[in-house]
Design a protein around this ligand. Structure first.
Ligand SMILES: *Cc1c(COP(=O)(O)O)cnc(C)c1O
Length: 397
């Protein structure tokens, strides 16, 4: 039995007829870019989040960039974010012309450590972008207070957190703007690229609406230099259908996570994900930590179980950010996580047989006596594993 890391055909099987119908409606309408179908999705997504405005855009990366642009953040400004995220968070800041300033993450929730903000603040700081990593929000109360106390914009990177809550507020609705991605693999995924910005702020909403369409307030009247970041009508139609099952799918993900906890919590060699106070978790990614990732990966591959690594290189150590002059050691928690994270499949349609196989394989791949045996049976040329094993033993003893 193979277990893929994601399975889109299972995901779309029950919705197939409905998806075909709405896609053909778009084809028959002849309106492919923006328009009524996208507006309908914007209304439904705003209502789902419990916020006034949602603006459909081309991607999550563009959602972040458009929010910064609408706030007139650019050259000379600094934006505080975290180094443990998908690259796009920092990339959008850099493309706006501002400079990303990193703070480390909390070792339990893997989201922005609010205690680190003060040291990162300068007279050039304009905004904070916490990342709601893997499906739970950052600790928003102290971050929100810090932003208010210092007159900073607060932008939530909610690309991995559709439908999660902090206290009684939905992810994305706490700051001045919340940025979502509908990349196919996200908890709410399109049939291609798409994203959205949500906001309570009427002015920001209007400006982002204009900026995604070349800065036009009215047709042919360009108020600002914007970009083309309109959402495709087909994506709006698909997302409107799929939004209906987002909560149910998040519950499946939560049930799988409970199963993992039940079956794996006694395994000493791994750290399972924890949930911070006042929030829930929608498990976009189920990342565990192990000091022996290499052999777990090998065992998963051998048993045909899909896995992911989110993210093996923290952003401050990426080649593209070497000009910031940040070295290994700058953000120890993020760096440790990058070295030890491995993500297990958590897609909603996982069957109980698949879940059994995953947990059995992980247990096997990490339990010491069997591992020693497996290693002895390994081909001789596989020095890296042996080497890794001996450093492990030395480190533990
Ligand atoms: C996916 C993702 C993005 C980028 O979204 P795209 O739609 O792929 O452009 C940004 N931030 C985070 C945390 C993400 O996971």
């Amino acid at each position: 039995m193979k277990v893929p890391y994601t399975n889109f055909s299972a995901h779309h099987a029950t919705l197939k007829d409905e998806l075909h119908r709405v896609i053909f409606e778009v084809i028959n309408s002849g309106n492919f870019s923006g328009g009524a179908v996208v507006e309908q999705f914007e209304h439904k997504f705003a209502a789902y989040c419990g916020i006034q405005h949602a603006i459909g855009v081309g991607s999550g990366t563009e959602a972040l960039w458009l929010a910064l642009k609408a706030m007139e953040i650019g050259p000379g400004d600094e934006v505080i974010t975290v180094p443990m995220s998908f690259f796009a968070t920092a990339e959008a800041i850099s493309v706006s012309g501002a400079r990303p300033v990193f703070v480390d993450i909390d070792p339990v929730t893997y989201t922005m450590d609010p205690e680190s903000l003060r040291a990162a603040l300068t007279s050039r700081t304009k905004a904070i972008i916490p990342v709601h990593l893997f499906g739970q929000t950052a600790d928003m109360a102290p971050i929100e207070k810090f932003a208010m106390d210092h007159g900073l914009y607060l932008i939530e990177d909610a690309a991995q957190c559709h439908g999660a809550t902090y206290q009684d507020r939905k992810a994305g609705t706490i700051g001045h703007a919340g940025c979502f991605s509908f990349y196919p693999g996200k908890n709410l995924g399109a049939f291609g690229e798409a994203g959205a910005v949500v906001t309570h702020d009427e002015y920001l909403a209007e400006k982002i609406r204009a900026l995604r369409d070349h800065g036009q307030l009215r047709k042919n009247e360009h108020q600002w230099i914007g970009w083309n970041s309109r959402m495709d009508a087909i994506q709006g139609a698909v997302l409107t259908v799929k939004l209906e099952s987002l909560d149910a799918n998040n519950r499946f993900r939560q049930n799988h996570a409970s199963f993992y906890r039940e079956m794996l919590s006694d395994v000493e060699e791994i750290v399972l994900p924890d949930i911070g106070e006042n929030r829930n978790h929608v498990y976009h990614i189920y990342a565990i930590q192990t000091n022996d990732r290499q052999s777990l990966v090998r065992h998963l591959v051998k048993n045909e179980i899909g896995y992911g690594i989110h993210y093996p290189i923290p952003i401050h150590l990426q080649p593209a950010y070497q000009h910031l002059g940040l070295k290994r050691g700058a953000f120890p928690v993020a760096e440790h996580c990058a070295d030890s994270f491995i993500s297990l499949p958590i897609f909603p349609e996982l069957t109980s047989d698949q879940l059994d196989k995953i947990t059995e394989t992980v247990r096997e791949g990490l339990s010491r006596p069997q591992q020693l045996f497996a290693r002895c049976a390994m081909p001789e040329d596989d020095k890296s594993i042996i080497l890794n094993f001996s450093t492990q033993v030395n480190a533990k003893s």
